[in-house]
Design a protein around this ligand. Structure first.
Ligand SMILES: [Zn+2]
Length: 282
């Protein structure tokens, strides 16, 4: 999915381009992505709506439309594009919103795992995961070492699962959780409750460093809106390649339904990781 660094770049551009524009029509190519939680026909509901603020929360992008909110969760493969309305529609086009300046806001999703919700303004409970979002990891005032320690102290899950929990942290997905764990030299299956205080602090530092650097890199390189820039990642997508730190072959493992890519040398499995939690076993 587009992750936090991607959205830090994309959302301000959408906000600047779309604020004050009026929606004049909607084309739905892949109805499976739509979740309309208000009464009425989609076309009628959106017709003539003026776009206000465009903002990100975790992996959601919210477009304020007066008494309605359009909330997009791009998940794995969703992406946005702005194009002249007459341009050929790409095969992965899910929904297009015609604007009063002759362009369309396009939501593309070739695996259709993403969702486009239309809700009454602020009715966040209608969107799974939107109402309860965790600490903003890019806000240094909020995401302090102390706050992260307090959060980690409550966890009984594996560290990769913790990092990806958006009710705890805003926000990391699969790719950046792997990058952060490589930076912190922690095995993705390590149980959070078994981390030493110094390791919790190292993890905090790794989040700030990795997400901050990725965000600054993407902002500086200005990729096309619908392109995910990932060529600078160290371990994600590099299973079988040498670790950029020690040269060992990168591996992948399943962690609670997610795949994790890591270096078995820099991020060794310990008795604190794995399916069996030895500390808890009799
Ligand atoms: Zn390594």
């Amino acid at each position: 999915m587009p992750e936090r660094p991607d959205l830090e770049y994309v959302v301000p551009i959408l906000a600047a381009e779309l604020r004050g524009r009026t929606i004049q029509g909607v084309r739905v190519k892949k109805p499976v992505v739509l979740r309309v939680a208000v009464e009425g026909k989609l076309e009628t509901l959106l017709q003539g709506k003026k776009i206000g603020a465009v903002a990100r929360r975790a992996h959601f992008v919210r477009f304020a439309l007066g008494d309605l909110d359009l909330v997009v969760s791009p998940m794995l493969a969703g992406r946005f594009a702005l194009a002249p309305a007459g341009d050929k529609s790409p095969a992965d086009l899910a929904v297009a919103f015609a604007l009063d300046d002759g362009r369309e806001l396009r939501y593309r999703d070739d695996v259709q795992m993403g969702k486009v919700y239309l809700i009454a303004r602020g009715d966040d409970e209608k969107v799974p995961g939107l109402a309860h979002i965790g600490l903003d990891i890019l806000d240094a005032k909020v995401f302090t070492r102390e706050a992260f320690r307090a959060l980690a102290a409550k966890r009984r899950d594996q560290v990769k699962v913790f990092l990806m929990d958006k009710t705890a942290l805003d926000a990391m997905g699969n790719a950046y959780a792997d990058e952060v764990l490589w930076e912190a030299r922690l095995h993705p299956k390590t149980f959070v409750k078994s981390l030493e205080p110094a390791e919790v602090d190292r993890l905090h530092g790794a989040i700030v460093k990795v997400i901050g650097q990725a965000t600054r890199t993407i902002l500086a390189r200005k990729p096309p809106l619908d392109e995910k820039l990932r060529d600078f990642l160290k371990v994600r997508g590099k299973h079988g390649e040498p670790c950029p730190r020690c040269g060992a072959k990168l591996r992948s493992a399943g962690v609670h339904g997610h795949d994790a890519e890591f270096c078995p040398e820099c991020q060794p499995a310990t008795r604190r990781s794995g399916i069996v939690d030895w500390k808890q076993s009799p």
